[in-house]
Design a protein around this ligand. Structure first.
Ligand SMILES: [Zn+2]
Length: 169
């Protein structure tokens, strides 16, 4: 879907000019639809696959998948794209999961959070900030990332979430 920045008219095929007001339309103005968002999100995740403690769907074994689903409260019909393991032991009982419908996470007892899930629509409205060992998403929502002993990895995760936000806003 394309949206004219000037008059808000929406149209499906790219046109050089807005059919309503005539303003020039760039291909880059294409808005991501709900249907193709997971595919675009996955493309972003692939770029960060080598970051410590991040696992892309195709390398997540059944055991990790089950642990993540149970501990992060992810519904059976939800599609998991990438998980972050915030444990030192690699059991993935805490961390976050980037899914088709939104972001799920589970913290250890040291990190408080009002919520443990944000759908992508809500997520796209939040500011993302790294505060030492946690990622803050405003409104009392925090994701613990102390388990990865690597500052650069945390920065990369914030960058990845920022790219997803940009894609969806
Ligand atoms: Zn227009």
């Amino acid at each position: 879907m394309f949206t004219c920045k000037y008059c808000g008219t929406e149209f499906t095929e790219h046109k050089p000019n807005c059919p309503n007001c005539g303003a020039p339309i760039k291909v880059a103005d294409k808005k991501v639809t709900k249907e193709d968002a997971p595919k675009s999100i996955r493309k972003i995740c692939i770029k960060y696959e080598e970051v410590s403690n991040l696992y892309l769907d195709e390398v997540i074994d059944a055991k990790r998948m089950k642990t993540v689903r149970e501990n992060f409260d992810i519904p059976e019909n939800e599609n998991i794209i990438m998980v972050y393991d915030d444990t030192i032991f690699g059991n993935n009982k805490v961390g976050f999961a980037i899914c088709a419908g939104g972001l799920y996470w589970k913290n250890d007892w040291t990190i408080e959070s009002k919520r443990n899930f944000l759908n992508w629509d809500e997520f796209s409205k939040r500011e993302i900030a790294l505060d030492k060992f946690q990622i803050n998403l405003e409104r009392g929502d925090n994701i613990g990332t102390a388990g990865v002993g690597d500052d650069e990895a945390r920065k990369q995760m914030v960058k990845m979430l920022g790219e997803i936000k940009e894609l969806l806003s």
